[in-house]
Design a protein around this ligand. Structure first.
Ligand code: GDP
Ligand code: MN
Length: 386
């Protein structure tokens, strides 16, 4: 789950990370009033989940409340296209109006999980700002990495090491180290998958300040992060993913054409691999879950069929707690509701009530190819022509 910059900055403030003074506005008039409160000079920043706003004209320094209003007028209600949004862009619904900062230097700081080391790692660079991707690609040695033992937590020496490696002046090493420790605390206490400050700036008057803020959260921890969950805004998510999440189905849209309906995350991954091995690409990851009802299967099937890029479907079920006849009922009900299935369908069923499930599908009048093992099923679906 993602949140907006202004929300991330509010969390930063709770943890003692210095952020610029400012507030969020939904109308140009509000933006003007906030700029007025801040003394006239301000920065107006489009609030969208995508990064790359600076280069796309989504971040503007303004010299007066009037100008803040004009910039807000230009941004609000219109799509912002950045290198992370795709060509259609994302509609800006809010802008953050902040006091303008005179910048001496732009640095980079983040915490992510290092899967290879199996622990959080703090990444830092003295070359922060809008070109960090280029720094990572061309001069990766400019990015420092500090693994953090999750039991011991962030240590003072780590802050000193990173601050020195980032060429932070000695008199700022202490506040910079404190800021790093706080960022790690946010990451750990809020179950983040990413906590990033880019740029972390040294201001002209010699302070460290988080000028940008990005927090992503581990969806599996949201049950214990009520405050974070309350910030969830579905308007920027894929509509089919939102629909699936409301139905309790794990669904992730991908770029291929083979719609996959599977029970169990591991089996879903194996199914996607099998499709890829046979030479086609999955349109989605979909796990209906172990104890799905036929209504959930029905919802899942409808979600797959709503994706216009799907040109064939592979249903792979290993009946355990979820019985094969339940899956058959769900698929048949969905097909009835949709007035038929517009693409070729291959079904592989094994496990509890397999024969009953297969009999139901065969008797349904739907055009289904039945298969017994996964390889055979994947081969059949890849060979199926629309
Ligand atoms: P992003 O491009 O979406 O990551 O948006 P950022 O919040 O990182 O802003 C992009 C760039 O705008 C920063 O790297 C800064 O160079 C610039 N910027 C943002 N706020 C200020 C400010 O208060 N003063 C000045 N001078 N530049 C700013
Ligand atoms: Mn940024």
């Amino acid at each position: 789950m993602k949140i907006h910059e202004y929300q991330a900055k509010a969390i930063f403030a709770q943890f003692g990370i210095p952020v610029p003074k400012g507030r969020v506005a939904a109308t140009p008039a509000e933006a003007r009033a906030i700029a007025q409160e801040l003394g006239g000079k301000a920065v107006v920043k489009a609030q969208v989940y995508a990064g790359g706003r600076g280069k796309a004209g989504g971040v503007k320094v303004v010299a007066s409340p009037q100008e803040a209003e004009q910039v807000a007028e230009r941004l609000l209600g219109k799509p912002l296209v950045t290198h992370q949004t795709g060509p259609q862009g994302v509609v800006v619904r809010r802008v953050l109006v902040e006091e303008a900062t005179a910048i001496q230097k732009e640095l980079y700081l983040s915490v992510v999980i290092d899967r290879a080391r199996q622990c959080p790692v703090m990444m830092a660079s003295e070359a922060g700002g809008v070109d960090i991707e280029e720094v990572a690609a061309k001069t990766p040695e400019k990015i420092l990495r500090q693994p953090i033992d999750p039991i011991a937590g962030f240590q003072l020496y780590m802050g000193r090491r990173l601050a020195a490696g980032m060429n932070i002046p000695a008199n700022l090493a202490r506040p910079a180290g404190a800021l790093m420790e706080s960022l790690y605390k946010v990451f750990s206490a809020r179950d983040c998958s990413l906590a990033e400050i880019n740029p972390l700036v040294i201001t002209a008057d010699g302070r460290v300040l988080a000028l940008d803020a990005k927090l992503n959260f581990d969806d599996n921890a949201l049950f214990r992060q009520a405050e974070v969950k309350g910030l969830q805004d579905y308007s920027e998510d894929d509509p089919l993913e939102v629909e699936a999440s409301k139905a309790g189905i794990t669904y992730i849209k991908l770029d291929g054409t083979v719609g996959c309906m599977v029970n169990g995350a591991g089996l879903a991954m194996a199914t996607m691999d099998a499709v890829l091995l046979m030479g086609a690409r999955p349109a989605n990851f979909l796990d209906v879950g172990g104890g799905a009802s036929h209504q959930q299967v029905q919802e899942a099937f409808k979600i797959i069929m709503k994706d216009p890029s799907v040109d064939r479907v592979l249903i792979n079920v290993f009946g355990g707690i979820l019985r094969c006849d339940i899956v058959a009922t769900g698929v048949i009900e969905a097909a009835r509701e949709l007035g038929g299935v517009r693409v070729p369908m291959v079904v592989r069923m094994q496990g509890t009530n397999r024969d009953e499930g297969k009999r139901m599908l065969a008797a349904s009048g739907l055009k289904v190819a039945l298969a017994d093992d996964l390889k055979e099923a994947a081969r059949a679906v890849v060979a199926a022509k629309k």
